[in-house]
Design a protein around this ligand. Sequence first.
Ligand SMILES: NC(=O)c1ccc[n+]([C@@H]2O[C@H](COP(=O)([O-])OP(=O)(O)OC[C@H]3O[C@@H](n4cnc5c(N)ncnc54)[C@H](O)[C@@H]3O)[C@@H](O)[C@H]2O)c1
Length: 387
Amino acid sequence: MSVKKVGVSIIGGGLMGREIAAALSRWSALIDHPVVPELVGVADINPAALEWFKTVPTVEILTTDYHDLLSDPRVDVVYVAVRHDLHEQIYTDVIRSGKSLLAEKPFGIDGKAADAIMQAVNETPESFVRCSSEIPFFPGAQWAINYIQSGALGQIIEARSSFLHSSDFDQEKAINWKRQVQFCGEAGVMNDLGMHTFHVPLRLGWKPSSVYAVLQNIVPQRPDGKGGIAECDTWDNATLHLSVPHKDKSATEETFPLTVEVKRIEPGEKNTWLLEVKGTKGGVRFSTKNPKTVEVFALVDVPGVGKEQSWQRIDAGSQSVWPTVTGGIFEFGFSDSILQMWAAFLAEREGQLGGKFGPALPEEAALTHKIYAAAIASQEKQRVEKI
Ligand SMILES: NC(=O)c1ccc[n+]([C@@H]2O[C@H](COP(=O)([O-])OP(=O)(O)OC[C@H]3O[C@@H](n4cnc5c(N)ncnc54)[C@H](O)[C@@H]3O)[C@@H](O)[C@H]2O)c1
């Protein structure tokens, strides 16, 4: 039986462009997927960035003009990984070309850009659009999501969702586009890391109604890489105290607190995503710091003692949303999460995801900008803001 081929292309051959090309080359690890993607083209305005892609045997188009990909019949799907100020133009061009789009976060530099992208999404139903968010595809995160959805936690008491880096701890590190408002956006670190922290809460139906934000610009200047000093005007760290209305109408309170932390300066952390949810009957937490382990809270019977409150550890194994040839007891990593996100994206595009977890919806990505705008207003006015 021949499997349907899907022509994939990449706009932006930098850090993430190469990561996606590498993940697609491992497609044979997936079992019984409805399609096989082939990376056929790459566009980058920097010809040097295209060099690396010459090692990928399926790539036929290397161009400095992304429009070449949008008019090429070999291309079905476009993945875009460029600076945030370029999202609106390139995403709307891809969508209006009728090709499918896997967009990178934050889905436009701000709410206005996200609205323009949403308008293109709504006007072009033939273009299948999702936003990248791969970390929830770690098996431990999937375990936690399924456990929360089962209702086992009872009434939610509180939740925490964080993404923690220390990539900017070194104050001598030269500035780059991610640290400048004009390229990264006014939301700063929220634009960089926020989608990672809101994907799961929004998918669980937890739409925050208000926010109190503490935003920090800890390092306001950095070396410009040319011997001088440049303004580093983005927020480095953001702690958001959000209120989320209970979906369960029998809950004893109207809302529960969701704490979201996105930090570029969290000493000791390299790339830690964590989710922790506690309820009246149970709890669950997962962190990529210990990627094999999910922790589950329960009341346990201790012989000779009686009931005790206990956090227990479960090894998560290797299996995520789409089955793979990897032994179930083996370890899972970042590149596996990218492969799983793509497996989910392309299966959903075929209508064959079957209710399993998929990448962020355009509406979810657009909603994050409303949250960031309210957080910025909260910081300015030092008060709780409605979302
Ligand atoms: N999902 C994740 O885990 C993750 C991680 C890092 C970055 N990102 C996101 O990915 C996007 C890109 O980040 P990055 O770290 O890969 O950036 P990068 O700076 O490493 O790469 C961007 C590339 O885009 C190219 N480019 C610029 N203008 C272009 C144009 N008009 N046409 C074609 N190419 C162009 C640049 O030359 C560069 O090679 C951002 O939206 C960022 O937030 C996502």
